[in-house]
Design a protein around this ligand. Sequence first.
Ligand code: SAM
Length: 274
Amino acid sequence: MKLRSVMAKLRGKGRDQVPTGLEASVIPDLPTVIRPNEGPMVVPDTEAAEVIARNLQGAANDLERLYYSHRGHLAFKWHHYLKVYDRYLGRYRNRPLRLLEIGVMDGGSLEIWRKYFGQEAVIFGIDISERCAAFDGHGGAVRIGDQSDTTFLEKTVLEMGGVDVVIDDGSHIASHQRASFRTLFPMLSPDGIYICEDVHTAYWEGWEGGLQRPGTFIERAKGIVDQMHGWYAPVPTSPADLDFLRSVQSVSFFDSMVIIEKGQKERPYAVAVR
Ligand SMILES: C[S@@+](CC[C@H](N)C(=O)[O-])C[C@H]1O[C@@H](n2cnc3c(N)ncnc32)[C@H](O)[C@@H]1O
């Protein structure tokens, strides 16, 4: 069952009434080399209760526990993201973390982040849809604007007092993802983390994607891997790129997620010991 119809059912609405923000999450009908039953799926609502109960019982970490015991506004995450989030973000719990999530939708995600990170965290969500203003103050602050609008992003981060973690779960359109990254990565604290979700859209034409199509977030991230190795290889590097490569600690790829860790790097050196 496709996400659009699942969400429509959850909301008790017809397929055509699903908010446009969800368009970016619909799994299109594509020719696939994956065998039936091995492709990605959204659990149909008829089976959701059973899966939620099973995942709660077998929760591998606090985030899974909080997600599957959540009662409140609707949140919508791929199951395997929870383990990755816990691994990368666990160190920020109960600390004055500043987190910005792009894409609020129904507000449930902000509520879960609040439970996970605690009261010291500064949690902001941004969304292009005016309807999300209703979730302001539910787990975090909500600001309405476009993720590709540099001025809006800068103003939001200024209001937050800086940013340590960015989660891009917005439109999932390549040019938007690139625009947010271009503005927000330099604004991240020196050891901050940038997470881009649902990058499977990098393979979908309707999201400016396609296999190895220049400009997708996947290709951008692969390019960063080359830039990171600019010390060793003739990667075309401008002075601005040099600063950038010195601020990237790691690039990690998970199914549908790219995580870029910031961190000031010194010139690599090796030393023999005996
Ligand atoms: C996948 S949903 C977010 C889900 C939410 N983070 C969660 O985990 O439950 C995507 C959201 O991005 C918003 N969105 C779409 N285009 C956007 C844009 N250009 N700027 C900001 N938000 C956008 C949509 O309105 C929608 O609410």
